[in-house]
Design a protein around this ligand. Structure first.
Ligand SMILES: Nc1ncnc2c1ncn2[C@@H]1O[C@H](COP(=O)(O)OP(=O)(O)O)[C@@H](O)[C@H]1O
Ligand SMILES: [Mg+2]
Length: 365
């Protein structure tokens, strides 16, 4: 900036697009962050089936279609406006928010750095409507469209107008791995929702709604690879209102990276220090140094004893009685792992009923 500009600079309001682009700098890092926002919106809308279609890892095209509640035509322009949300109205709502989103920034941010089209139809509406935004003011343009009840968001040419951001994108494979990981993490949290993922025209994940234990196991095998399920112990313990269930990988199925670790507290994915410590302690005696355990675990507690909104992006939680939770997790896992006899570890893996083809994860390395 020249001195002259410095001296004469006047204060002006940022255009809506620029303000949104600045906000996008924080939430829209890569295709995986876009898919996370779109999937969370679909889940918040009560969708039972979500189809994701991606080209070039989502940089060229990212389309999410759901069968959720839809958005009425009056609300469509607002959906793309910043600080516009249907999920909270006042401070009290904020304190007990149950939805995955509530900041009302995602769609505005994404549509400021890509070509976004939102198409939606509510139950009972005569037809669907579509909205896009134009120009520096991001003026919404609404027009009639064809679409079943639910919502489709199409995001094309991510970062086409912010080349500096585009440069930070990694290879197609890396970006796609990140994107797939987001879907897997949510798919394990929501067995009641069907998820489909296609990449460059090829079906990658095809997860049906999983109603019973067999179907849930099948989904875990599809997401984590069949080898994980074959070499994992099912767990289910309930005590004093604390309920832990899921699968813990046998020590023989450890990994060199902590990349097959899924822990959910009341349905939310969590990466928490207290939890991590309890798990590490439980594996301490059975795992070589530098190896990482594998697990898919669901922890359910009375919502009043845990705060899951402490840090929405860091996925931390706060338990009212951390000590008790830690000891319960440690004790349960330690006991389960201690029960493993050597022959269990060497036994021929039992085939998983209906296990689907292996996924990107090269289980066990
Ligand atoms: N897939 C969807 N189905 C129904 N409504 C949606 C969907 N995606 C977005 N919306 C509506 O658009 C609003 C804005 O979405 P977003 O920018 O992600 O903000 P937030 O999720 O924080 O409210 C949401 O509050 C919701 O009302
Ligand atoms: Mg949202």
């Amino acid at each position: 900036m020249s001195d002259e500009v410095m001296n004469s600079a006047r204060i002006e309001l940022l255009s809506p697009r620029l303000a949104n682009q600045i906000a996008a700098g924080e939430v829209v890092e890569r295709p995986a962050s876009v898919i996370k926002e779109l999937l969370e919106n679909s889940l918040d809308s009560g969708a039972k089936r979500i189809d994701v279609d991606v080209e070039q890892a989502g940089v060229k095209l990212l389309r999410v279609r759901d069968d959720g509640s839809g958005i009425s035509s009056d609300d469509l322009p607002l959906a793309l406006a910043r600080h516009a949300t249907s999920k909270i109205r006042d401070l009290e709502d904020l304190e007990r928010v149950m939805s995955l989103g509530f900041r009302g920034e995602a769609l505005a941010s994404i549509s400021s750095v890509a070509r976004l089209t939102l198409t939606s139809r509510t139950r009972g509406a005569e037809q669907a409507w579509q909205v896009e935004t134009e120009g520096r003011d991001m003026a919404p343009r609404v027009q009639p469209a064809a679409h079943p009840v639910g919502t489709s968001v199409e995001v094309r040419d991510l970062f086409f107008n912010t080349p500096a951001r585009r440069k930070f994108l990694k290879t197609e494979k890396t970006e796609f791995d990140h994107l797939q990981e987001v879907i897997k993490r949510l798919a394990l949290a929501r067995f009641d929702v069907a998820f489909n993922l296609r990449h460059n025209g090829k079906s990658i994940l095809n997860l049906h709604e999983a109603r019973d234990a067999t179907a849930r196991a099948r989904r875990v095998a599809a997401v984590c690879g069949p080898a994980f399920l074959e070499q994992a112990l099912p767990i289910e313990v309930e005590r004093n209102g604390l309920h832990l269930w899921g699968w813990v990988g046998l020590p023989t199925f450890s990994r060199s990276q902590a990349d097959l670790q899924y822990f959910y507290v009341n349905g939310r994915a969590v990466r928490d220090k207290l939890v991590a410590h309890a798990v590490r302690q439980a594996y301490r005696d059975v795992l070589f140094n530098g190896r990482h355990p594998t697990f898919v675990l669901f922890f359910e507690v009375d919502p009043s004893v845990v705060d899951v909104n402490v840090h929405p992006t860091k996925h931390e939680v706060r338990f009212r009685d951390g000590r008790m939770v830690h000891d319960f997790l440690y004790g349960t896992l330690h006991r389960a792992l201690g029960d493993v006899r050597p022959e269990d570890q060497l036994a021929a893996p039992a085939p998983v009923p209906g296990a689907e083809r292996p996924t990107g994860i090269d289980a066990g390395e």
